[in-house]
Ligand binder design. Structure first.
Ligand SMILES: [Zn+2]
Ligand SMILES: [Zn+2]
Length: 172
């Protein structure tokens, strides 16, 4: 079955055929750089199974600094239709899948696991399997140290600094 995905402005379109090799929430730094979110819902297809319609103009393409991954997006609206990872898979982000599903990711493409969970920026409370890296590898056991808190939550203020601040407040 072929999935037809268009961007938000309707000028770009791709087709994905066959069954994705991965449907996951990816917590990798690579996906943060590719897609711009802290965690990315995505489905990955083999390279040959994602293509543009015959005769269509190429999508805009940006190769990331590591020269191993590429972002393919619509020059009109900026929607990322797919990205290519270092292994040559074509990753279609949840936003593009949702465009194909009238606002919601079609159930047969929805994430069924978390991958690269060791790189997460926050914990996720759901019942999906959480692989520290690739699917099939070691899993998160819930007992490991939580991710580092965001910097704004760290309080590097000494009592001396607090006294200094109080002093300034008096002057004001
Ligand atoms: Zn567009
Ligand atoms: Zn990733």
């Amino acid at each position: 079955m072929t999935l037809s995905i268009s961007c938000r402005c309707g000028t770009s379109r791709i087709f994905a055929s066959g069954i994705p090799v991965l449907r996951a929430y990816c917590h990798s730094q690579a996906c943060r750089e590719l897609f711009g979110g802290a965690v990315t819902a995505l489905a990955a297809w083999r390279r040959s199974e994602v293509d543009l319609p015959a005769g269509a103009r190429a999508l805009a393409c940006f190769t990331l600094g590591n020269r191993q991954s590429k972002r393919h997006f619509c020059a009109g609206c900026g929607d990322i239709l797919f990205a290519e990872d270092a292994l040559g898979f074509r990753l279609i982000p949840g936003q593009a899948l949702a465009n194909a599903g009238h606002g919601a990711v079609p159930e047969r493409f929805a994430p069924i696991m978390h991958v690269n969970y060791s790189q997460r920026q926050f914990d996720v409370a759901d019942n999906l399997p959480k692989y520290l890296e690739r699917p099939g590898g070691p899993m998160y056991d819930g007992l490991r140290a939580p991710p580092r808190p965001p910097r704004s939550l760290e309080i590097p203020v000494s009592m001396q600094q607090v006294r200094a601040l109080r002093g300034n407040a008096k002057i004001l």
